[in-house]
Design a protein around this ligand. Structure first.
Ligand code: KG4
Ligand code: ZN
Length: 333
């Protein structure tokens, strides 16, 4: 069964073709760079760029996959959560396409898409597993009972982990979005240079990252220009260590308390090199398995949306064309 996936919830316009929820024939991603001068995604600008990009990206995906719309069985698009303008572009395009050519359509939850990125690449991941979703917009620990049935153990009270990376990267002059650049810089630094706070480390499964960002800002404000230049990599590594330690600690605790053998991570920050190493070490010490998607499937992409749409379609059949975009859509509703 061939699924055409469409993702436009934030600043990536992406269209993919995925066979049977597992084999990626094409996964074209256009990442908007128009927001870097503003230091964050401007929703109105994002919506307009999606409008310009969605058709060329769609055509490129079909051509890379070597298929035509006739070959497609199901059209899946992100319906939320996300920015309303961007969501509407992809969702309306998908519904229009499905209606015009009489194909089945299904709306996909963006976070369920991130969860499906692991299922797509790791057929041996147990249906009942623990997943940590860490992206620019979300920080969430979830017990997946089976695909489609979720219990949210905890989420962030304020900033998301990726947001903290981006804000600190911006403070350090690394541009926007700077998470990946900060990761690279931190690889040359000393994580013990300064101990930044680890909020709520021992408490429950909730997260808080706004205080860490403020702590870095206050630390930077006290440094001279030369001290900053000399210790840039050390500061990046120290921030990263604090940021990552908290999600690692809580993920390990949840795997034990919930007695879950398999753990997956997804979302843009799942690409972080320190998170992968630290979590792998800690989980292997308690004999748990760690799964993560390849880097291209960590950040927003349509292949994960196609896979999630396909799995949901297996359970529920096609969705309604009457659905609308929902900017705040809970995973467990
Ligand atoms: O999943 P994603 O594309 O968008 C959302 O759904 O939010 O995640 C993007 C986020 C950005 O905050 C970006 O800076 C961060 O993921 N990111 C990273 C790395 N690569 C991407 N953060 C830390 N280390 C990385 N290697
Ligand atoms: Zn995302």
């Amino acid at each position: 069964m061939l699924t055409l996936g469409i993702e436009t919830s934030c600043d990536e316009s992406s269209v993919a073709l995925v066979l049977d929820g597992r084999q990626i024939l094409a996964n074209v991603i256009h990442s908007q760079t128009d927001h870097s001068k503003f230091g964050g995604v401007v929703p109105e600008v994002a919506g307009r760029v999606h409008l310009r990009k969605i058709v060329p990206v769609y055509r490129q995906a079909l051509s890379e996959a070597g298929v035509s719309l006739d070959d497609v069985d199901l059209i899946a698009a992100t319906m939320g959560p996300g920015l309303i303008g961007p969501l509407l572009v992809g969702l309306t395009f998908a519904k229009g396409l499905a209606f015009a050519v009489g194909k089945h359509f299904i709306g996909v939850h963006h976070i369920e898409g991130h969860i499906a990125a692991n299922l797509l690449e790791h057929p041996d991941l147990q249906a009942n597993h623990l997943t940590l979703i860490v992206s620019g917009g979300h920080t969430m620990l979830v017990e997946v009972r089976r695909f489609g049935s979720y219990e949210i153990l905890g989420a962030t009270r304020d900033d998301a982990l990726g947001e903290a990376f981006d804000k600190v990267a911006k403070l350090m002059g690394l541009g926007y979005p700077g998470g990946a650049r900060l990761d690279r810089l931190a690889q040359q630094g000393d994580p013990k240079y300064h101990r930044f706070p680890r909020a709520l480390l021992k408490e429950g499964y909730q997260f808080s990252y706004s205080g860490l960002k403020t702590a870095v800002a206050l630390f930077l404000a006290k440094l001279s220009e030369t001290e900053f230049e000399r210790h840039k990599a050390d500061i990046a590594a120290s921030f990263q260590e604090a940021a990552v330690s908290v999600v690692v600690e809580k993920t390990v605790r949840a795997a034990l308390e919930r007695d879950l053998h398999d753990v997956s991570i997804s979302g843009g920050v799942a690409a972080n090199s320190r998170l992968r190493v630290l979590l792998a070490e800690r989980l292997s010490a308690i004999k748990r398995r760690l799964f993560y998607p390849s880097v291209e499937l960590c950040t927003d992409n349509a292949a994960m949306i196609a896979a999630a749409g396909f799995y949901r379609y297996q359970d529920e059949g096609p969705g309604e064309l009457a659905i609308n975009a929902v900017p705040y859509l809970r995973l467990d509703e």
